[in-house]
Every structure is written in structure tokens, then in C-alpha cells.
Design a protein around this ligand. Sequence first.
Ligand code: NAD
Ligand code: AKB
Length: 316
Amino acid sequence: MKKILIVGSGGQIGTELVKKLRGIYGNENVVASDLRQLTGEIVENGPFERIDSTNMMQIIEVVKKYNIDTIYNLAAILSATAELNPMLGWNVGIGSLVNCLEIARVFGCAVFTPSSIGAFGPNTPKDMTPQDTIQRPNTIYGVTKVTGELLSDYYFTRFGVDTRSVRFPGLISNLTLPGGGTTDYAVEIYYAAVKGEKFICPLEKGTFMDMMYMPDALDAMVNIMEADPSKLIHRNSFNVTAMSFDPEILYNTIKKYIPTFEMEYKPEPIKQAIANSWPNSLDDSCARNEWGWNPKYDLDKMSVDMIETLRAKLGK
Ligand code: NAD
Ligand code: AKB
């Protein structure tokens, strides 16, 4: 049985990934950790350790204590927040990554570190962006993601560390709110719609980006780490996507289920500039061919589930 450490467990992905992995591998085999002291299910159902992942010794102690063989490294500062504090973005994203890779080399662990559509830039082909293409991002978040992809591949080819990764699009979920990204609007819009509030959209009409519902993202993280290594031509990092839309398409989809819903555009310059530099849509055929990537949720199916779940959660 795998012995897994999740670094940065308290965020949008981590809170759901801990649950998912504990369901598969057993509560006692999945150690959650975060810079912050977390509370609730995540600390009650299985081991939790407080770790600042920029501190190598703190990770080493936990890896030794639980005999860890797989690390999911989720600690990072998302794109919009990182643009306001670039050095913090670099120090957390790269500090955590370098520590996880070095520890993996010494202790023989596998490592998953998510990359992002943010690893692409303004001169990347925008539509059906290929797996292997120009990556010259103009955000600090993107710079950390490209660095992460290169370093992870380097640790695989140079030291044989089993590093694997996907380039996630914007993730949409209903448990934990997103943590300061450019795609956050695609979660916030559902909360506004279900609460009966008008939504102020921080991006312009026509701003297309890839998106994915969290259950598919969780499957991606499990399946890539379980994939047969002999089938992997790529490693760091695979394009994955489930849908591509702009705010207007999302608004009109939600309006089908909540006809009174209203939205107004008020673009935020930093988020708009970041979104403009990212692809409209990804070609994820390498992930489909090499490890069977096959998302289950399209925009309609996700919207029905989001609205139903948020109505129950918010008592609306
Ligand atoms: P998040 O901001 O919601 O959560 C990050 C977590 O990391 C937080 O709980 C935070 O407390 C913790 N953290 C911050 N600094 C830390 C440190 N020094 N040590 C330990 N923990 C620390 O982020 P997320 O959305 O869950 O994203 C996780 C990963 O997935 C990131 O690498 C992100 O770039 C990537 N990703 C996310 C999305 C998305 O839409 N959510 C899309 C693409 C890629
Ligand atoms: C962000 O917007 O920063 C993230 C991402 C797509 O990497 N959601």
C-alpha cells in the first residue's frame, strides 16, 4: 500500500484530494499537511502534520516518521495573488518543489506537482494548444510552473525520480473556495447565482479559458500516479482539459437553471492581462493516449451538480 504525504492540503485541491486518496489507500496511509493548522475532517480522519514546505527539515521528519513513498506537492501561490507579490510566488512555488524533489531523490519517493495552463504565454498557439509547444509565460506564476516542469523532468532523467504532472486548467469545486487565481470567477459565479446575488465578472466577455470540475481533476491526479510508466512518453507535464468557455457562455448556462440570475462585467486589469496570455483551449490527446485521460463532466453536467450541491450547502 502506498504511503502518501500531501503538502499544502488545506486549499481548493488538497481538501478534496485528501478525502479521495484516504478513500482509496486508507486513512492511515495518507498524511495531510499544511503551513496552517487545519481543523475538521482532514485532521480527525487521519494523520495531519503542520509543515512549511519551504523548510526541508520539516518535510524530512514527516517522510521518515511515516515511511512516505509518494508526495503530492500542492503548496503554491496562485496566479493573481502571486502577481501582487512575485517573490512570495517564487519562494513558495519553487522552494516547495525543490525540497520535494531533493527529498524524493534521497528517500526514493514519487512526486506529483500540478502545473497549469499558466505555464503557457502570449506567444503560445492559443487554440487547441499542443502538448509540446512554446512556453514563454509573462507571469511569475507561469515562470514557476515552467521551472517546475523542467526541474521535475530533470530529476526523472538525471536521477530516476518518478515525477509526474498535469497542466490543470481552472478547477471548479463546491467544497473549498479557490485561493487567488485568475480562473476563480468560474467558481464564484455559482455561489452568487445560488445566493440570488448579481455577479460582477472580473473578466471580459470573450475571455476563453479551459476549465474542469473537481471530480475529474481528482481522477487525473490518481490515474496519472497509477499509470503504467512504460506507456508514458511525456511526464512533466500533460495537458488536460474538460471544457472551454468564456464568462458569457458560463452565465447563459447558469441562467438556464436560475433564470433570474444577473451578471455585470467589470474587468480587473491584472486578472484580464493574465487570462489574455493563457490559451483558449488545450489539446489533451497525449494524456488520453498515454494514460487514458477521459473527463466525465461537461459544462451542463457540472452546472447541474454545482447548483444542486451549493443549494444544499447554502440552504437556498
Ligand atoms: P490553494 O491556494 O487553494 O491552496 C494552497 C495551499 O498551500 C493552502 O492551503 C496554503 O495554506 C498552503 N501553503 C501555502 N504556502 C505553504 C507553505 N510554505 N508550506 C505548506 N503549505 C503552504 O491552491 P490549490 O488551488 O489547491 O492549488 C494547488 C496546486 O495546484 C498549486 O500548485 C496550483 O498552482 C495548482 N493548480 C491549481 C489550479 C486550480 O484551479 N485550483 C489550477 C492549476 C494548477
Ligand atoms: C489560477 O487561475 O491561478 C489557477 C490556474 C489555472 O493555475 N486556477
